[in-house]
Design a protein around this ligand. Structure first.
Ligand SMILES: Cc1ncc(COP(=O)(O)O)c(C=O)c1O
Length: 380
């Protein structure tokens, strides 16, 4: 049996998405900036994609800027706003994705900004009272807080943070890469200036995403070049990627309620089964509470073969991830698990789900995991 439980890393491309992209891979190849009919045709495709996405987010098409993915969207929001708006103080937490964390660290180095980290509580949620104090002490801060953490799934109260930012005149950016097309986001009615998206997290193509920039903010481009994306992002557009992303966005919204219900059931079934079969199993973060329904971060008791668990799962045909996929394949430990002070002796495995996963897959996986974990310890 082959089981793919690594959907927070990336998802399979939907067949319907591929079908929507095909004409643009085969016949409609005009440069969208060309004024002849070939170009006008592909320009129309791009603008329709923008309209599809902006309608679903309840924003204006002019507030959507296509990028090469979540990393570029986060880089643009952070670097360009800090430099264009002359901001001198930023607020974040240590468990942000590296696309945010490394970018903010770079701004500390090059733009000389001061960076404050909001402490985390034991369940991985940020202490909102300390956030308010930081905002009060440092008016006009740049705030970058992710909507859902990609390793432990903790959710941020986006609306509440947005209101606090408004109260203290802060610029609010959220890395919404794990939540776009997983929740209905009405960005018009949240006080937020920037939100990042990546298509491959919701069955769209890789290498394409967008940045929402609220119309009340004007920043300089990160990528200089041609006048594409209304002078905000030079470079010929990833035409078929954009078409595919809009289709994936539309599909996700079309069946969001039923997919959410199904995936939530898969996640909770897995948690229950793990508790029944593996003594002393725990979960990282707040996965049974304010948590993304696609992620379950499991903390396993130490065994003789802890480091082999992911490898053994892989041999059994099960794909999961230890910590963040972006760092997998390296020996560097997870900065998120470190940030929430999780026990270093326990092995963390992130299982992340999508609409294609089934209860049977969960049962197969938990049985295998129990087999590997419940290996009797050798006595020295
Ligand atoms: C929370 C978060 N932000 C940003 C990214 C980067 O997105 P992309 O792969 O599109 O550059 C990821 C991808 O793993 C992510 O999970």
């Amino acid at each position: 049996m082959k089981v793919y439980f690594d959907n927070a890393a990336t998802t399979a491309l939907d067949k319907e998405v591929l079908e929507a992209m095909m004409p643009y891979l085969e016949n409609q190849y005009g440069n969208p900036s060309s004024i002849h009919s070939f170009g006008r045709e592909t320009r129309a495709g791009i603008e329709l994609a923008r309209k599809t996405i902006s309608d679903l987010l309840n924003v204006s098409p002019g507030e959507i800027f296509f990028t090469s993915g979540g990393t570029e969207a986060n880089n643009t929001a952070i670097k360009s706003s800090i430099s264009t708006l002359n901001l001198t103080h930023a607020i974040t937490t240590v468990i942000e994705h590296h696309a945010v964390w490394h970018t903010l660290k770079e701004c500390v180095r090059t733009d000389n900004i001061k960076l404050s980290e909001v402490p985390l509580k034991e369940d991985g949620h940020m202490d909102i009272d300390i956030l308010e104090q930081l905002l009060k002490d440092n008016p006009r801060s740049f705030v970058s807080l992710m909507h859902a953490n990609n390793e432990i799934g903790n959710l941020l109260p986006l609306g509440e943070v947005g209101e606090l930012c408004k109260k203290y005149d802060a610029v609010f950016h959220s890395d919404t890469v794990q939540t776009m097309a997983h929740y209905r986001l009405d960005l018009q009615n949240v006080n937020i200036q920037f939100a990042a998206c990546s298509a491959h997290k919701f069955h769209g193509p890789k290498g394409v995403g967008f940045l929402y920039i609220s119309s009340d903010i004007k920043i300089d481009p990160l990528m200089l070049g041609g006048s594409q994306e209304r002078n905000m992002r030079g470079g010929t557009e990833n035409l078929y990627g954009i078409i595919g992303m809009a289709k994936a966005f539309e599909i996700a919204h079309r069946s969001m309620e039923e997919d959410t219900k199904h995936i939530t059931a898969v996640k909770f079934h897995m948690a229950e089964l793990l508790k029944a079969k593996i003594p002393n199993v725990e979960f990282n973060g707040d996965c049974m509470g304010d948590s993304l329904y696609t992620i379950l971060s499991v903390s396993l008791p130490p065994t003789d073969n802890s480091e082999m668990l992911l490898f053994n799962l892989d041999i059994a045909g099960i794909a999961a991830s230890g910590g963040s996929a972006c760092s997998s394949g390296t020996d560097i430990g997870s900065h998120v698990l470190e940030g929430i002070k999780s026990d270093v002796n326990r092995q963390a495995i992130r299982f992340s789900f999508c609409k294609h996963n089934t209860i049977e897959e969960v049962e197969y996986c938990v049985n295998k995991l129990a087999e590997f974990v419940n290996v009797p310890q050798t006595l020295d």
